[in-house]
Design a protein around this ligand. Sequence first.
Ligand code: NAD
Length: 258
Amino acid sequence: MRFDGKVGLVTGAASGIGRATAIGFAQRGGSVIVADYSGTRARAVAQEITASGGRAEAIKADVTAAADLQAAVDLACSRFGRLDFLHNNAYSYPKGIAGSALGETADETWQHHLNVGITAVMRGTRAALAVMVKQRSGAIVNTASISGVLADYHNAPYNAVKAAVINFTRVVALEYARDGIRCNCVCPGVTETPPIRVMLGRPNARQAAEEAIPMRRLGRPEEIANVVLFLASDLASFVTGAAVVADGGQTLHTRNFF
Ligand SMILES: NC(=O)c1ccc[n+]([C@@H]2O[C@H](COP(=O)([O-])OP(=O)(O)OC[C@H]3O[C@@H](n4cnc5c(N)ncnc54)[C@H](O)[C@@H]3O)[C@@H](O)[C@H]2O)c1
């Protein structure tokens, strides 16, 4: 799997799955825009890539700001001349607010999730399509979640938004197939990234997570990035509209106990 001559843009690339995707894309010959609303951490990832001989450029970009997304797409074109791959990946919960029962979920919390989780994905896709349609080629990969396939307790906005990402992916795949553009998504299970590590710090949380996963371990960011990169690559040239689950088997079982 190689990306020589290809240009990628990864949002939320300063950490976790996005960071692993940006690094993996560059290691395989691609040039990458490392976009994150933490400019400092985005620059650190871009430096890590360039220090090991790769091509990367950082941009401080908040995906909830349409102008920032456009600036990131523009940077790919001005710095590297084209855009072959977009990974819509950034996500954050509202500061200090984890899950809550639907009855206690404020409108502001709901709106935050819509903004970062689906409106940003639509705007990023729309900005990238403007370039990719002219090129008559491109691959978009969205980070959905197993929480977009099944339901969690106390996580309604996230569940709704990630389900929306899966069907939005299909719409883009359908509408742009004839333009040479593919759009797919990955549905990660529990993956050991900084926000998950915080949750795993709670009593018995790691044990409970591992017990829910048939492989009896959490995913690594690189294992999710590998799926993203496959979907971005020419190896997936006939794959579009897919939602690929990578969860160690977590969503395989009914949880029946007999
Ligand atoms: N880790 C998991 O278990 C898991 C499971 C399923 C899906 N996901 C999804 O994977 C994606 C990446 O999550 P992660 O676990 O790697 O988290 P992470 O916190 O390690 O990385 C997310 C990055 O996004 C950035 N970000 C947040 N809001 C942003 C914004 N508005 N604009 C720009 N950048 C922003 C953060 O600064 C961070 O660097 C998310 O879409 C998440 O929903 C994660």
